[in-house]
Write a new protein. Structure first.
Lengths: 289, 334
């Protein structure tokens, strides 16, 4: 293997692209957990729904319609889930929540099969993003660069909102101590609802963005769920910093593991997760110490 | 701690007699379904031991079952060891693996425990999936069943094999009851209800958790050995986390922490699956909705609901008695 600069650049870009996709998914899941202590295993199913909405909308009005409307549609599904199920499950233990959302996975999986069939759908990448771009001496698909830029932009926007705005301060207060936040006059329930919807929309966005890269199948939600859970457990539940750190760790370990030690690649990430859980059972950057 | 109430005895007798009756009367397809129920029941007994009596909700029991299956096949077909020894070896290997997982995860609680066990399960899954000696995606075939011809039983016959699985299930049930009633089982209940207090009493908490997890893993491994002998073919799909998830669904559907409930759940789940998949390919949707309904009803599964109704009158009487007592106390205080 000739190891030159181009090889490292290429793999770094691949790792970054995987990380950013996972970040879009895990940030919603982790903030929902941090704020509401709610474990939503159906987050992956929402991602699959996003991909399907994007595929259907793209067939009608082109890629950008799917890109912008799929998150809105998934947020709508999130509103239904919140008012129908999740609001009632708030006070139950983690086991009941895991099971209800596990049931949701079953139900949503079959619902997508009923509506869209078993066959994989594909989306065309829009013209402006379809080519390749010369970047630091390598040719790289523009669409993948677009994912990296989008993920970085969303990370920047979220960290700005969380650290600089009033609603960000309210969310941080809610994660830290929801009872105290409620006593200070913050409508914690409404805050939960908004955060849940934003989390769902981000999952939908991740689905819409991933759709042209992977084929859209009913199982895609199940396949992405485990990596997403690994990311948030390594990073620590409830924090933005944890989500980005976990995503980057997962992306780089997975990508470079597959290239440098193919036999070990798949076990490597789980071994890393086990090591993190043994040394720091609450993850690297938990929201609460 | 586990106790047999009259209702539990009655359900157990009912289940056992129906199972025996069906083993002797069912046709080929019925026997296959029966065997499937028995093997699933062994697995969910193992899961209920740790989840219902130790608060350790494990998402790696499917993987443990797969480890048992693969260990049996590797020992018997590849290494050429006699099936009885290979069975014992596979159970021991799974037990050790489960003990290590239990020891590592003993510090985690709640959702972290679920995630940690999930991680170990997935680790086993991807290892088996990738390593060439395990046959990868294609799985392994040519598995031999236990040879019991010296007592005149031919296990290649489905009726005998179903009976064999039922006998093992009965033995596993007895073993689970014995374990839960032993000192270890009582310590485990104590740990579930108040870990700090048990630690203060001088108990090595992680050892108790790891020991029970190891024993439970041995039972899961046994289920895997039976599954391998039943289908006579294994694939990495056995270790997938959805198998663990389904086992958990069965435990919840039946009633966690009752031992009998999961047996009821196993019967209900397999019957439901076969009945529904005959009618529609979307049986997951129905099972998902039933699961959501059961969990949201706040009843402890099918059997837990029965127990609640059975014990409701007694409970109400007891509650009335304490309330009267309290009113009297308040009255005397005033």
């Amino acid at each position: 293997m000739t190891i030159d600069l181009g090889f490292w650049t290429l793999q770094t870009l691949n790792a970054l692209q995987l990380s950013m996709l996972l970040f879009l998914l895990s940030v919603g899941l982790t903030v929902i957990f941090g704020l509401m202590h709610f474990v939503n295993l159906a987050h992956g199913a929402l991602y699959a729904l996003g991909a399907y909405f994007a595929a259907s909308l793209a067939a009608v009005g082109g890629y950008w319609m799917g890109f912008f409307l799929a998150p809105v549609a998934v947020a709508g599904v999130g509103v239904l889930l919140y008012t129908g199920l999740i609001q009632r499950m708030r006070k139950s233990g983690p086991m009941a929540q895991v099971l209800v959302t596990f049931g949701l996975i079953f139900a949503l999986l079959d619902l997508t099969r009923i509506f869209w069939g078993d066959l994989a759908l594909a989306i065309e990448v829009p013209g402006i993003l379809s080519g390749r771009l010369a970047f630091l001496g390598v040719e790289y698909p523009t669409y993948r660069l677009f994912i990296i830029v989008l993920g970085t932009a969303i990370f920047a926007a979220l960290s700005l909102v969380l650290s600089r705005t009033q609603i960000g301060a309210m969310i941080r207060a809610g994660v830290d101590n929801d009872a105290m936040a409620a006593c200070l006059g913050i409508n914690v329930e409404r805050l939960f609802f908004i955060v849940f919807c934003v989390g769902c929309a981000l999952a939908g966005l991740a689905g819409a963005v991933a759709a042209p890269l992977l084929s859209v199948t009913p199982e895609m939600g199940l396949q992405i769920l485990i990596p997403t859970l690994i990311v948030i457990v390594i990073g620590g539940l409830g924090s933005l910093k944890g989500a980005i750190a976990g995503s980057l760790i997962y992306g780089f370990v997975q990508t470079f593991g597959a290239v440098l030690a193919p036999q070990l690649a798949s076990v490597l990430i789980y071994a890393l997760l086990a090591a993190v859980l043994v040394i720091k059972p609450v993850g690297l950057f938990p929201a609460k110490g | 701690m586990f106790r047999h109430t009259p209702l539990r005895y009655a359900t157990l007798v009912l289940l056992a007699s129906v199972a025996l009756f069906r083993v002797f009367t069912a046709e080929y397809f019925g026997l296959e379904i029966l065997t499937e129920i028995f093997i699933l029941a062994v697995l969910v007994l193992a899961l209920d031991m740790v989840a219902g009596f130790g608060g350790m909700v494990s998402l790696c029991h499917g993987a443990l079952m797969g480890v048992g299956a693969y260990a049996y096949v590797m020992l018997s077909t590849i290494a050429g060891i006699a099936p009885p020894v290979a069975m014992a070896g596979a159970i021991a290997i799974t037990g050790v693996a489960a003990w290590v997982i239990g020891a590592i995860c003993a510090r985690s609680h709640g959702i972290y425990f679920i995630m940690a066990t999930l991680a170990f399960g997935q680790m086993a899954y991807s290892y088996v999936f990738e390593a060439p000696i395990f046959g990868g995606d294609d799985g392994l075939g040519g598995i031999s069943r236990l040879d019991l011809s010296f007592v005149g039983i031919d296990l290649s016959d489905s009726r005998s094999f179903a009976f064999f699985c039922l006998a093992i299930l009965a033995a596993v049930y007895g073993a689970a009851v014995l374990i839960l009633r032993s000192g270890l089982g009582r310590s485990l209940s104590g740990v579930m209800h108040n870990e700090q207090r048990m630690r203060a009493l001088g108990l090595t908490v992680w050892r108790v958790k790891a020991d029970v997890f190891g024993l439970s893993g041995m039972i899961a491994g046994l289920a895997g050995v039976l599954a391998a002998q039943h289908i006579m073919y294994i694939s990495p799909g056995l270790l997938s986390w959805t198998v663990s998830g389904e086992a958990l669904v069965v435990v919840i559907l039946g009633g966690v922490g009752t031992l009998i409930g999961p047996l009821v759940g196993a019967v209900a789940f397999v019957m439901l699956k076969h009945e529904l998949s005959a009618v529609t390919t979307y049986w997951h949707l129905v099972v998902g909705c039933i699961l959501i309904a059961v969990v949201m009803s706040r009843a402890n599964g099918i059997f837990g609901w029965l127990e609640d109704r059975w014990g409701a009158r007694i409970d109400r009487r007891a509650a009335d008695a304490t309330r009267n007592q309290k009113t009297e106390e308040v009255a005397s205080d005033a």
